[in-house]
Design a protein around this ligand. Structure first.
Ligand code: URP
Ligand code: ZN
Ligand code: ZN
Length: 466
């Protein structure tokens, strides 16, 4: 008779919350995996270490489906690397980050994936990767098949950033069709390039291309138009599609309506689109809030939040981009030149938990679906995003009532600013367990060293969302 494996860690006394429900339970961990989630009335099995989660929530470690780590996009290099970004992710309760292999000019998509996958070795948490296709040629189908075979089944497509990474509509169609046949999903940044270029030209002609005018250079209609076009393409070829960083109710509704027609379409939004609005561009440092799409009007933010509350938003991605205030300000007189994106891998949990759960009453179960379960499933990461026997032992323990003021001085991202400076936020992790190791507790951060794995995505099943 074989003996049960020795128990490394038990997490007891807390309320375990999964996307599908909650209960008082003990999580039993051995060899980096959860081996049991047992009734809290049962005696604890013999164990090496115990975490007392009494009075706190125990949720699955976060899966951030949208992180740019140490990338050079155009002229500007992001400041972090896998070691730095993953440490910040863990501090923020995210135990898996999904990065992008965006090809350098002239580089083949498969080569970009192979190059970037090497970087995972220095990560402190698990990682996965999206490929990226910018133009279709007679090698692309084979490259997509090879990416899928090597565990990369999600591919980013940009409908904007012409002459840099933009994929034309023919490329979008071919990638959607080919990737579907490989069990994958395209991740689309949907903004209509011709609308943006026109809006930027008008802004520049009237000397209004500076950061404070950013919203009018990328209007909501650009997002609506591109989402509608890509959805039509997905419907035509019968392929699934995932929209990154949706910012408007119109865009979310297009996806919801398509889903009702049977299209497998999914919506991601980001903490900043739920939390900040275009008034940030009227402040003293508008450039620090320049991201694409831009922060929207207050009423649009309210509408987006309402969509999230009724369950029409599937995932929360940070769209983490780590730039310094100096990089952001160097060309702040021209949004066509300056670097886009906000630092956020560490603040994804507290910002979105505060806006959705604390302030708006979203059930924690729904929050867990958006923060961990759905991103895991939509990336083919079968062992992630759930507190259940057999899953990876990635957990976050926190007191939902405890608030703290966000301050860059207490954050660990490589940026010298946070867009949330001074905000009172709930949902800061108290204990973080990654692959069965306690990496954060009352005593602080315990660097696990370069333990990150480059996870292979499994084929993404047809019906998978909670
Ligand atoms: O402003 C953003 N989001 N920058 C990063 C690149 C992208 O579009 O996702
Ligand atoms: Zn994007
Ligand atoms: Zn992005």
């Amino acid at each position: 008779m074989s003996l049960p494996p020795p128990v490394d860690l038990v997490v007891h006394g807390g309320t375990v919350v999964n996307a599908g429900g909650r209960g008082e339970a003990t999580v039993v961990i051995s060899g980096g995996r959860i081996v049991a989630v047992q009734d809290s009335d049962l005696p604890l099995p013999p164990h090496d270490r115990a975490v007392d989660a009494t009075g706190r929530l125990v949720i699955p470690g976060g899966v951030d489906p949208h992180c740019h780590i140490g990338q050079r996009l155009g002229e500007y290099a992001q400041l972090d690397d896998y070691a730095g970004a993953s440490v910040a992710a863990l501090w923020g309760g995210t135990t898996t980050v999904v990065d992008f292999a965006i090809p350098d000019p002239g580089q083949a998509p498969l080569a970009a994936v192979q190059e970037r996958r090497q970087l995972a070795a220095s990560s402190r948490c698990d990682t996965a990767l999206h490929g990226c296709v910018t133009r279709w040629d007679d090698t692309t189908a084979k490259q997509i098949a090879e990416m899928a075979d090597s565990g990369v089944r999600t591919i980013k497509l940009f409908t904007t950033y012409k002459d840099v990474v933009m994929a034309g509509p023919d490329t979008v169609l071919e990638v959607l069709r080919t990737l579907h046949a490989c069990g994958g999903i395209a991740y689309v940044h949907a903004e209509a390039n011709h609308v943006i270029e026109d809006a930027q030209d008008i802004a520049a002609a009237t000397h209004q291309a500076a950061a404070q005018h950013h919203p009018r250079t990328r209007p909501e209609i650009a997002e609506t138009a591109a989402v509608a076009q890509v959805l039509a393409t997905a419907e035509h070829v019968g392929a699934p599609v995932y929209f990154v960083h949706q910012t408007t109710a119109e865009a979310v509704d297009l996806v919801r309506d398509a889903r009702r027609r049977g299209v497998r379409a999914y919506t991601e939004t980001c903490p900043h689109y739920l939390s900040l609005d275009e008034r940030s561009y009227a402040g003293p440092h508008p450039e620090r809030y320049v991201c694409c799409p831009p922060l929207r009007a207050e009423a649009s933010v309210r509408e987006l939040r309402a969509r999230a509350l009724v369950g029409d938003v599937d995932t929360l991605g940070s769209d983490h981009c780590c730039y310094s205030t100096e990089q952001k300000s160097e060309h702040s007189d021209d949004v066509r030149v300056m670097p886009n994106g906000l630092p956020g891998v560490e603040t994804r949990l507290p910002v979105s938990f505060t806006r959705l759960v604390t302030e708006a009453g979203m059930p924690v179960e729904r929050f867990v679906a958006m923060f961990a379960t759905n991103p895991a499933r939509l990336n083919g990461l079968d062992h992630k995003g759930v507190v259940a026997a057999g899953a990876d032992a990635d957990l976050v323990v926190f007191d939902p009532a405890q608030r703290r003021t966000a301050s860059v001085a207490q954050l660990h991202m490589q940026s010298d600013y946070t867009p949330y400076e001074g905000q009172e936020l709930a949902g800061w992790p108290g204990v973080v367990i990654s692959g069965g190791r306690v990496v954060l507790d009352d005593e602080g951060f315990h660097d696990p060293g370069p333990v990150g794995r480059a996870l292979d995505a499994a084929p993404i099943p047809d019906h998978l969302l909670t």
